[in-house]
Design a protein. Structure first.
Length: 468
């Protein structure tokens, strides 16, 4: 008789539904990030983690600048979900699902994009060694005059095979490939600078700020490597120390490498000669040396480099799906870990099968355009999560803090939005449709199967810890 009206109860239920927040402490406890839980083993050290980050970055594109926010959150919440988990702890379940949905786009399409690039360099390597080319029908998708990009599919399946064998084996392979490709890039820079002409840098930025913005937004998808480091939160030793440190080391190393490679390539031939060319680095070396041998060496390095990107990014994708599945927002098969290899075997093969399709049939420029805006949106959310958690969880253990707070994350959000603006209305429209599909999936599946919703006590504890 004196109970709350039915309408009030309904509104309260809806309010709780849309404000489901897992505290950082709850995320860590459930993931076993500070223990050896959920079948995952802590086998990666700092060196392997740095190589893992380099493996995910070098070989795709270039963009470094806002990783400090990723470093702070990765050290404070060392779990496999990366940006998805950061959003869950700060902005709630619905926002977290959409971030996870964007991560599927970001990681999956990046795998497809770099696999297509791997196919191009493999063809160049074959040509330099034997004078032969891969059959066009089997080395390109329909939009590029072929039937199927078979090498792109092969490199994805090879990466999946290595990943299901165990994270120790994958980390060792990634470390070896990272060291090799850094060495080859240094050789490339030496060759490129031997033919450097200052006139090739003039006029500088012929397209003005519009061109710089367009280039930065296209290259932004390589930024995935910093996020990928945080997906190892449950399998790296001493994650609170090693994750932020690995990200910061990668910032310095990758910045130097990318700037040097870009300057050497453009200084040697000029921007017009390398822009839009497949296997551009091999082209530079061939023309500078007058021989195909040097280009073949660079092509070999690129084959190794891009293979390591596929391996590292697929690893990150499977761990994010595992985290979402563990929360009930994805089917449970994605969280199952093999007791023999301590890896999510079914998850890995499903990811490989799904993203081999665009690699086989979609052109590279299409898949890169699709992932750019998703990456930008995720990085904006990460910066926002830093500010929310600084306010809501002031006592949270942080092994690294963003410098110049709050200016740095505010500028990070503004910069991401500026680059999103530069992607154009067609990209906005496609991305908006993508988010609508994600929202529908959350309403139909995620909201109903959420384990946080199915455990009211945990829900209350999470909201209380989050300062609700």
């Amino acid at each position: 008789m004196y109970g709350r009206p039915a309408g009030c109860k309904t509104r309260e239920k809806k309010r709780r539904m849309f404000s489901r927040i897992k505290s950082p402490q709850q995320l860590i406890a459930e993931s076993g990030a500070d223990l050896e839980g959920h079948g995952l083993k802590r086998t990666m050290g700092l060196f392997q983690l740095v190589c893992f980050g380099v493996g995910a970055i070098v070989g795709t594109g270039i963009f470094v600048g806002l990783a400090d926010s990723v470093a702070e959150l990765g050290g404070a919440i060392p779990v496999s979900g990366s940006s998805y988990s950061f959003a869950y702890a700060s902005l709630g379940e619905r926002a977290a699902f959409l971030v996870g949905w964007c991560l599927l786009l970001e990681y999956g399409v990046s795998v497809s994009a770099v696999a297509v690039g791997w196919s191009q360099y493999l063809d160049e390597l074959l040509h330099s060694l034997t004078g032969l080319r891969l059959p066009e029908a089997l080395a390109a998708g329909p939009a590029e005059g072929g039937v199927i990009n078979l090498p792109a599919v092969v490199v994805i399946l090879m990466a999946a095979t290595l990943l299901v064998r165990g994270v120790r084996e994958s980390a060792r392979a990634t470390a070896a490939m990272a060291v090799l490709k850094i060495g080859i890039l240094i050789v490339f820079c030496a060759i490129g600078f031997s033919a450097f002409e200052a006139g090739h840098l003039s006029p500088f930025a012929t397209e003005g700020m519009a061109g710089i913005t367009a280039g930065a937004s296209v290259a932004f998808f390589s930024y995935i490597g910093f996020d990928a480091i945080t997906t190892a939160g449950e399998e790296v030793k001493n994650p609170r120390r090693n994750i932020p440190l690995a990200i910061l080391i990668c910032i310095g190393l990758v910045t130097v490498l990318y700037c040097a490679v870009a300057l050497a390539a453009i200084g040697a031939l000029g921007a017009d000669e390398v822009a839009g060319k497949p296997a551009a680095l091999s082209l530079v070396v061939d023309q500078v040396t007058g021989s195909s041998v040097g280009g073949g060496v660079i092509a070999f390095g690129a084959v190794v480099a891009i293979a390591s990107v596929v391996l590292a990014v697929m690893y990150g994708q499977t761990r994010i799906l595992m985290a979402m599945s563990r929360d009930g927002l994805m089917p449970r098969i994605l969280e199952r870990v093999s007791p023999r290899t301590s890896t999510p075997v079914a998850n890995t093969w499903i990811v490989a099968a799904v993203f081999a399709v665009p690699a086989a049939f979609a052109p590279l420029d299409v898949v890169v355009d699709l992932t750019t805006i998703g990456t930008l949106a995720i990085m904006a959310v990460v910066n926002l999560a830093v500010m929310v958690l600084r306010r809501r969880e002031p006592g949270l253990g942080r092994s690294f803090k963003v410098p110049l707070y709050p200016l740095s994350p505010v500028l990070g959000i503004g910069f991401c939005l500026y680059l999103i603006w530069g992607t154009g209305w067609r990209t906005w429209l496609v991305f908006a449709c993508f988010l609508v599909v994600g929202a529908v999936l959350y309403a139909v599946y995620g909201r109903r199967h959420s384990r946080l919703a199915l455990t009211p006590a945990a829900d209350a504890a999470g909201r209380a810890a989050g300062g609700a």
